[in-house]
Design a protein around this ligand. Structure first.
Ligand SMILES: Nc1ncnc2c1ncn2[C@@H]1O[C@H](COP(=O)(O)OP(=O)(O)OP(=O)(O)O)[C@@H](O)[C@H]1O
Ligand SMILES: [Mg+2]
Length: 351
């Protein structure tokens, strides 16, 4: 960062393990990693299913499963160390809702199916003391609905969640997340379940929210294609670790990690008219005994050292870092594959 920016969230050297008491097994799913979220930025976290995106972000809002233990590291939210918080600490701190809130992939999990939309928003507004009276709360709810693009707010208030379309439900969830004017919002794959056109509308809404409500955003996705237009910075996660991060332009136009190249190559892109590529192999099912670089078995550029030691971060620029031995000064220089160069070029043209 060139100028000193305020850090809203900091996760440092975090290790999270799930324990299965009945089976006496464990699985370390976050493997000593972390990131920072700066004020008023959108940080996208990208990775395949099972890479730990939801687990790492759930530590920020106290939604980690009871089966999970934070074994090492620190989690700081708006200057407060929440690493050792239990549920009562979370409630007492009032961080949830007021400082940090979350929009989930499936809007139905966030909404009460037995309650009309209006009541859910009005109660939310009242409970959080922002609205002085029920009448004010109703007006606040309507205003908020209008702000998130629900033009027929009065009618929608009278409906139950199941009576709304997927896109409309997600707009309501975004309104709920904004109720207490949080400083930070986690969007966990908020558009994955939606049609492409609705997806684009929700992305546009998130961009607006960032500016209008001055929030800092963590945006989780499988899809690098989705985040180019919304993220200021991108962090790529693989098997419980962040392996490349930088400004969006750096990660999209000058990606360095072979895993990031794999993600780029597997983006559907009609222009190329080629068969869709998928990265060979899969994310390890268990991250406990990984030695060296977790990506080694899928990496056509693997070096001998990848089998024995996990690479540290190598600095590409002041803001761009990559955990790959390929960037050690002693490694043989490799050329960026042509297909990736072509994609880098396409990204540049698109944005
Ligand atoms: N409650 C749980 N109990 C045991 N293991 C869990 C639990 N929740 C998540 N995990 C494991 O933690 C790992 C990371 O899961 P996580 O949900 O964070 O992945 P993700 O990157 O969010 O994937 P997706 O893109 O599918 O949402 C996975 O191996 C998953 O099986
Ligand atoms: Mg997830």
């Amino acid at each position: 960062m060139s100028k000193k920016e305020k850090i809203m969230v900091k996760i440092e050297d975090l290790k999270v393990t799930f324990y299965n008491k009945a089976k006496k097994t464990h699985n370390t799913v976050i493997r000593n990693t972390g990131f920072e979220l700066y004020e008023k930025e959108v940080l996208a976290i990208i990775g395949e299913s099972g890479s730990g995106k939801s687990v790492i972000t759930s530590t920020l809002i106290g939604l980690l499963s009871n089966a999970a233990v934070i074994e090492e590291g620190r989690v700081i939210v708006d200057g407060i160390d929440v690493t050792k918080f239990d549920e009562s600490d979370w409630e007492e701190s009032e961080l949830r809702g007021r400082v940090i809130s979350q929009v989930f992939q499936n809007p139905m999990t966030a909404l009460n199916p037995t309650m009309k939309i209006g009541l859910q928003l009005i109660e939310g507004a009242l409970i959080n003391f922002r609205s002085a009276s029920k009448k004010d709360a109703k007006q606040d709810a309507i205003n908020l609905m209008l702000r998130v693009g629900i033009t027929n707010a009065n009618q929608v208030m009278k409906l139950y969640p199941h009576q709304l379309s997927g896109g409309m439900r997600q707009r309501v969830c975004i309104a709920v997340a904004l109720l207490c004017q949080p400083k930070i919002i986690i969007f966990d794959e908020p558009t994955t379940a939606l049609d492409p056109t609705i997806q684009a509308e929700i992305l546009e809404l998130i961009r607006e929210i960032k500016d209008v409500f001055n929030v800092s955003i963590i945006f989780i996705s499988h899809d690098l294609g989705v985040v180019g237009s919304i993220a200021d910075r991108i962090a790529i996660m693989y098997a419980g670790k962040i392996i490349e991060y930088g400004k969006s332009k750096e990660v999209l136009y000058n990606s360095k990690h072979p895993y990031t190249w794999g993600l780029i190559q597997s983006m559907p892109d009609v222009n190329l008219g080629q068969k869709l590529y998928s990265i060979p192999g899969s994310v390890p099912s268990n991250f406990n005994n990984i030695i060296g670089d977790a990506f080694v078995t899928r990496n056509e550029y693997a070096l001998d050292i990848d089998f024995v030691a996990h690479p540290p971060f190598f600095k590409i620029s002041n803001t761009h870092f990559v955990a790959s031995w390929l960037y050690d000064s002693r490694a043989i220089k490799i050329n960026v594959p042509d297909i990736i160069k072509k994609r880098h070029h396409q990204f540049k043209k698109q944005h």
